[in-house]
Design a protein around this ligand. Structure first.
Ligand code: ZN
Ligand code: ZN
Length: 438
């Protein structure tokens, strides 16, 4: 059959709108909207048959939905008003009944309907209603909002639900990357829930002795000193702190700082001035913590900071059980530099865990005596190296160790982290930033 014969047959099935008629031939003549195809065919059939021209008001296939593209676009644009976003994606939930109508029309005409619901679009004559909806409403939304379509991970996901007659909005998180320093001891990286009272602050009807009734073991955390400022600036619902590992609660984080990402859920603002934000956070954190190199990051930066292999540089105060001289310390440090260390799981980490030996490299060592019982050391090692045990030997569970090399007891009395750096490449790759720049 010719296109005109198919169109005539389609029009004889009942009232059919221009979009639903034209959609049968959506793969012909690129550059036309389906409604234009349908309108032209309706006119052509009327001329060929010399019948009066009658546009259909009703449509048994889409039940009038295809006449509502502008209305849906208005509603979609209204639904995201008040949210700042650069990218969006639009999808449509078409009720099974309407999908069935689209299929029945093709069956009536002997046109291909493909295999089953998920059949490839090319097996389906013309185009599905859902596809037309996504494109036509998507295009119209594009004219109403200042944003680009992104099929990968848009800032905002709009879903038109034709069955419930509602626009669903999903506002995806925004991310700020940076590096933090922790300048006071006894501050955890993130909120530390009290286990004694399961965060309730109450134990056996009394104020929990483990947390003084707060539900948290510590009053402050790096998260609480930084994330609320970002949450406020982006006007979101919740902020989550993601760190590239964490230092001990009693350790400082100094030097170049530790990479982190603050995720803000359902932000109303995204394009924040990161320099102003940095200054605000540093004022809020009041010298207990500070951040630098803040940048707007992509969603993938969360996994990046969590998974990227990083080496660590530590500074330590070490105390010896017996006097040590400078030559012996230098020899011990030289022996450890470049060494591969075998470590059983430290006793402080888990007494019960079955002994597991891991090997980690020490890249560089440096240090000097403060007096014959005390030293100030700096160690650069692979991620996962237990440095307290590298010093003490953990009763022989770490080999070699500083204590072992010196033949005297050695213990770390204070620990600072000076650097957390990517092993093979830096954390800061352009593809993880919203501006995509180096
Ligand atoms: Zn229709
Ligand atoms: Zn408690």
């Amino acid at each position: 059959m010719t296109v005109l014969e198919d169109a005539r047959a389609a029009l004889s099935t009942g009232p059919l709108c221009d979009s639903c008629l034209g959609r049968l031939f959506a793969d012909r003549s690129f550059g036309l909207a389906n409604a234009e195809r349908g309108r032209s065919l309706r006119v052509s059939v009327a001329l060929e048959d010399d019948e009066p021209f009658e546009p259909d008001e009703d449509c048994w296939v889409c039940e009038g939905e295809a006449a509502r593209f502008d209305e849906w676009a208005d509603r979609a644009a209204a639904a995201v008003r008040g949210y700042e976003f650069d990218t969006y994606q639009l999808g449509t939930k078409v009720p099974p009944l309407l999908e069935e109508n689209d299929r029945l029309l093709r069956e009536d005409l002997g046109l291909s309907v493909g295999e089953g619901e998920d059949a490839d679009r090319t097996d389906f004559a013309g185009e599905r209603l859902k596809t037309e909806f996504n494109r036509e409403v998507g295009k119209r939304v594009g004219g109403r909002v200042d944003a680009e379509v992104d099929f990968e991970r848009p800032d905002v996901q709009l879903t038109l639900d034709l069955a419930t007659d509602e626009v669903e909005v999903q506002v995806n998180s925004a991310f700020v990357y940076g590096r933090y320093r922790k300048l006071e001891r006894d501050i955890p990286q993130t909120e530390w829930p009290c286990k004694e009272c399961h965060e309730t602050g109450i134990k056996a009807g009394e104020e929990c002795p483990g947390c003084g009734g707060t539900g948290y073991r510590y009053d402050e955390s790096v998260e609480e000193l930084t994330a609320p400022v970002v949450l406020d600036a982006m006007d979101g619902e919740e902020a989550v702190f993601h760190g590239a590992g964490r230092e001990d609660v009693d350790a400082l984080m100094l030097g170049t700082g530790r990479p982190f990402v603050i995720e803000v859920k359902e932000p109303r603002r995204r394009d924040v001035d990161v320099e102003a934000l940095e200054a605000e956070i540093n004022e809020f954190a009041d010298g207990k913590a500070e951040v630098e190199e803040l940048r707007q990051a992509t969603h993938d930066m969360v996994e990046r900071v969590k998974e990227h292999d990083a080496s660590k540089t530590y500074r330590m105060d070490v105390e010896f059980g017996e006097p040590v001289d400078e030559a012996a310390l230098d020899a011990a440090l030289d022996a450890l530099e470049g060494a591969t260390i075998e470590q059983e799981t430290p006793q402080r980490v888990d007494h019960r865990r079955a002994s597991l030996v891991r090997t980690r490299e020490v890249y560089a060592t440096d240090g000097e005596l403060v007096d014959d019982r005390h030293a100030d050391l700096e160690i650069h090692g692979a991620g996962g190296l237990y440095v307290k045990e590298l010093v003490s030997s953990d009763e022989g569970r770490t080999e070699p160790s500083l204590a072992g090399e010196l033949g005297v007891d050695a213990v770390v009395t204070a620990l600072d982290v000076l650097a957390v750096e990517g092993e093979d490449e830096p954390f800061e790759r352009p593809e993880f930033f919203r501006d995509g720049e180096e």
